[in-house]
Design a protein around this ligand. Structure first.
Ligand SMILES: Nc1ncnc2c1ncn2[C@@H]1O[C@H](COP(=O)(O)OP(=O)(O)OP(=O)(O)O)[C@@H](O)[C@H]1O
Ligand SMILES: [Mg+2]
Length: 467
């Protein structure tokens, strides 16, 4: 049997309160009473109710204020207000402020019961709705990675198959597509899940420190080496080592890494004795490593050794059907993190979110949602809460596109190039600030500049530069 519905009756007139509570208890509800809004709030906060029947006019805290304290339309409970005859206008205003319903006093018990049963229905629908949304997200995700697009679903199937083996996996995808998230998911689905997952960004550590970072060193190996230091390979022993931005690994270290992968043993810097390690390697890159090999920047033998299994995460613009789901996921997460109560996104804003090209992929969408939630006063995300980039740029630049151009790949590249040029013009060629505007990493920008053959320095005389 399901739990009885909990009802709180709030009224300063004792006889009204008592008689209502009496009848409702007899009908099997779990009922409590309070003589004013302030007391009601205390009782409510100790143990929330499903439905609150609340008088409009009371000393201390009146019905409207109580409703506001509960969160108005976002209140978890259904609040039904009771107004004295003649107060109907006030009661209507309360409904606009988020009350579920109202009735006037003197009341007929039949009418009260009808309103309560309507409120119960609505409560049930609301709860089912929240649960369905959560289930839907879960059904369309893998670990914490959301994706219902076929490209993502087929990636999840691949990952499930390869997770349990020790083979190296090369994960590729643009910035912000979830490469690290995927690496963690693979680890969690592997027999190594209870051992450590160690991550290192090969592009973020100076070349001269990278070797000792990876392999450790022994005392006296160099001037500062006053004690032995464990490298990340040993830290990850019997676990997983995630080599992020593997494309940035200097050529010299590529040789050493290859040897480690082949022999499964490392040498600490300053030591000749090899040590056995049992590490599963996952590597990630935003570059096309095959291209890097052709350009002579990446060793072919290491590429083949890493690329035993490969997974490519598609960019967000190629799977816009995932956007509503991601939006819902980030809304729920922001609400939990920021204690906000934003319930949804209005249709116009959703359309903009779905049309935007997301050069920064899921990370950019995540930032956009967090920003909108913080700026949001009501319970819905409206277009004015989105940045201009999302709400204005996309349709405008779409209008410039040559007619008959339907290739998403070519179009988004053209758009991306255009956005980069605008950001450079905006910042007078300042790459760091341009990367910020574009919401991509500095490194990604440098890579794209090369890719599109854009000379950032030629923007030095523009707007910002002249200031
Ligand atoms: N499919 C997804 N579902 C839910 N969250 C995602 C998804 N993809 C990415 N994210 C979130 O987006 C953010 C960026 O993800 P992550 O750091 O894994 O990307 P990345 O590909 O490693 O980016 P970069 O190349 O810039 O390092 C994280 O907060 C992550 O949780
Ligand atoms: Mg990353």
């Amino acid at each position: 049997m399901s739990e009885p519905t909990r009802i709180l009756v709030v009224d300063d007139e004792e006889n009204v309160r008592r008689s209502l509570a009496g009848v409702l208890s007899k009908k099997g509800f779990e009922v409590e009473q309070a003589p004013n809004g302030a007391d009601a709030l205390k009782v409510y906060r100790q143990n929330p109710f499903d439905i609150v029947l609340c008088d409009m006019r009371m000393p201390k805290m009146d019905g409207m204020e109580f409703l506001r304290e509960l969160g108005g339309a976002d209140a978890a409970a259904e609040v039904i207000l009771m107004s004295a005859y003649g107060d109907i206008e006030l009661a209507r205003e309360a409904v606009r402020a988020g009350a579920a319903d109202y009735f006037s006093k003197p009341y007929k018990m039949d009418e009260v019961m009808l309103r309560i049963s309507i409120a119960e229905q609505r409560l049930k629908l609301r709860r089912e709705n929240i649960q369905l949304k959560q289930e839907f997200i879960q059904q369309n995700s893998f670990e914490k990675i959301i994706g219902r697009a076929e490209s993502m679903q087929s990636m999840f199937r691949t990952v499930l198959k390869i997770a349990e083996f020790k083979s190296t996996v090369l994960i590729s995808g643009e910035s912000g597509t979830g490469k690290e998230l995927l690496a963690r998911a693979i680890h969690v689905r592997s027999p190594r899940k209870d051992r450590s997952f160690v991550a290192i960004n090969c592009g973020a550590i100076p070349e001269n420190l990278l070797e000792s970072e990876l392999f450790g060193y022994v005392r006296g190996a160099f001037t500062d080496a006053i004690r032995n230091k464990l490298g990340l390979f040993e830290e990850a022993d019997s676990g997983t080592l995630f080599l992020d931005e593997i494309g940035e690994l200097p050529l010299g270290l590529q040789v050493k890494l290859l040897r480690v992968l082949q022999e499964e043993e490392i040498r600490r810097v300053g030591e000749n004795q090899p040590r056995k390690v049992d590490v599963r390697i996952l590597a990630a890159t935003i570059r096309d490593l095959a291209d890097e090999v052709r350009a002579g920047r990446f060793r072919e033998d290491l590429f083949y050794r890493l690329n035993v299994l490969s997974v490519k995460i598609p960019p967000l613009r190629d799977r816009s059907e995932d956007i509503p789901l991601l939006v819902e996921h980030f809304l729920q997460r922001c609400n939990r993190k920021l204690k906000t109560k934003v319930r949804g996104v209005d249709p116009v804003a959703m359309k903009l979110l779905m049309e935007y090209a997301w050069p920064g992929n899921v990370r950019e969408l995540e930032n956009q949602m967090e920003r909108a939630v913080i700026l949001c006063d009501g319970d819905r995300i409206t277009p004015d809460l989105l940045t201009d980039k999302v709400s204005k740029t996309a349709p405008q630049s779409a209008a410039h596109l040559p007619a008959g151009q339907l290739s998403i790949k070519k179009t988004t590249r053209a758009m991306e190039e255009e956005l980069i040029k605008r950001a450079l013009a905006e910042t007078g060629g300042n790459r760091t600030r341009a990367a910020k505007l574009l919401e991509i990493s500095h490194r990604t920008l440098l890579y794209k500049l090369k890719d599109y053959r854009i000379d950032a320095d030629s923007y030095a005389g523009t707007r910002e530069g002249r200031r």
